[in-house]
Ligand binder design. Structure first.
Ligand code: AMP
Length: 189
């Protein structure tokens, strides 16, 4: 069983790379963003609780996020391996994930961070904006999400670095080349 965390700011191409990794390695994909979107779309009690927060682009509180993640892990006891996308985004989430893995006699084997600077993310998004003609509130939300990443989520990296589990892959450039570099990390270990 191989478990992987894919890390990176909004707009770094995590979604695209996740799809390719799932195809190649058969991971069970756990995207907390997708799970929250499912709940809001289906208007579940959890969806009702997080809707406003998500609309603002802020992070959902750890307590809610961790409980939802645990539920999802429990649903997949026979998974060959998990790919965590968009989780953990805070140190308490990273600690909770380690605990869940340990309780199942497993671990996070690879943490791969797509390295893209804040200036690069903003430049990429500005380029996209010229073709997409986004509404102002969408724009504001995106700005908030980028800020949340570079002020909060980025602090998860030293947590994994200290434990020598962090691998960085340059996240700008050709999609196939980035994918190959991610696979190299997985295949070499
Ligand atoms: P994403 O699609 O991963 O960018 O997630 C979309 C939104 O869901 C985020 O902007 C947050 O509001 C919320 N969210 C997703 N994952 C997490 C997480 N691990 N911790 C807190 N909030 C999250």
């Amino acid at each position: 069983m191989i478990n992987l965390v894919l890390f990176g700011p909004p707009g770094a191409g995590k979604g695209t790379q996740s799809e390719k990794l799932i195809k190649k390695y058969g991971f069970v994909h756990i995207s907390t963003g997708d799970l929250f979107r499912w709940h809001t779309k289906n208007d579940t009690p959890l969806g009702k609780r997080v809707k406003e927060i998500m609309n603002s682009g802020a992070l959902v509180p750890d307590e809610i996020t961790i409980a939802m993640l645990k539920e999802e892990l429990d649903k997949n006891p026979k998974a060959k391996g998990f790919l965590f996308d968009g989780f953990p985004r805070t140190v308490p989430q990273a600690e909770a994930l380690d605990k869940f893995m340990k309780d199942n006699n497993s671990a996070i084997h690879y943490v791969i961070a797509l390295e893209v600077t804040e200036a690069e993310v903003r430049a990429r998004i500005a380029k996209r904006r010229t073709v997409e003609n986004r509404a102002d509130d969408e724009e504001e939300k995106l700005n908030k999400r980028i800020t949340e990443y570079f002020t909060k989520t980025i602090h998860v990296l030293p947590y994994y670095e200290k434990q020598k589990r962090l691998n960085t892959v340059h996240g700008i450039g050709d999609i196939e080349e980035i994918f190959e570099n991610i696979c190299k990390v997985i295949d070499q270990q």
